[in-house]
Write a protein that binds this ligand. Sequence first.
Ligand code: URA
Length: 334
Amino acid sequence: MNELVFVGHSFQIRSVTFTNGEHVLSPSVNSKLRSLILADQAMGLTMAPKFSQLDLDAHSVPTTSSVSMPAEQIKSAPVEPPSTTRTHEISNEQNVSERISNLNAARVTVQSVNKTTAGANAHAMQWGMTRALPEILQERINALNEIRTRHDATCPLCCSASNYTNTVLGEGSANAELVFIGEAPGDNEDAIGKPFQGDSGVKLDEMIKAMGLSREQVFLTNVLKTRPQHNQTPTQDQVDQCASFLTEQLLVIRPKVIVPMGGPAAKQLLRKDEGISLLRGKWGVWMPPQGCLVAPIPVMPTFHPAYLLRNYTMETRAFMWSDMKLAMTKLTAK
Ligand code: URA
């Protein structure tokens, strides 16, 4: 007999009982908890250990989720001003205008720098330097489209590759609070120019749905924007050439949480060398380039859905689902 009973809580739960996988929800149970429970079942985890106190308290951030950052980074991190962001950006732009009499000429210079390999990393710095961060949805959509166009015309890696049909920049909401990042497009994605098609896309969609979200509400992208030759794992050199476009996408969307899936994405975001088994399930932080006026963003690394499909064990599923629950906790925290 497997029984779990919650009685009374800050979630206003009256009673939640699991008996041999069955559950009874009181009408007043918080809808968030309901979706967590249903999601657990969707992942096939009804008999696995369920919620901890941390999962249940939507208003407290779990201790495992505190963002750890080296002291020197804290000092130098460009932290977004809490309420005066827009003013700050405008005055930043005004300052630049005062110092550079012809701002358009400066923009042209930046664009021409971008045309070189060395400049591939420089254009990430455009946000907050010579132009304000896009704020409203349409501005963000336009900015993402502009990144796509510029990527397709200038990415040193993708422009020199010939073994692909479509570039795959990303899909989803430009206002997404949650961004998933994979490794690189495969054959299915290459064929239609959208990320996470095929079996791992189906599995990822299931996970997103289990989190109470949809593909349209989140943003999906990859470290590399074109299919690598023979679908190989990206080399560091390839990542270095293409990943500044990912940086720019993140600067435009500025999600609350980033979920890199698999080693290449996690290592790139966290600038760490450990494998995904060591990185997953622990909060890290993505540090935006200095000068961008974007606050560091919490990162919850997890396994790649393709890995999950290859290792479809209770343990892997439980690990991934617990990572997703941590991400959700951060999304719902005030
Ligand atoms: N694997 C990835 O890493 N990304 C995709 O878009 C598809 C499969």
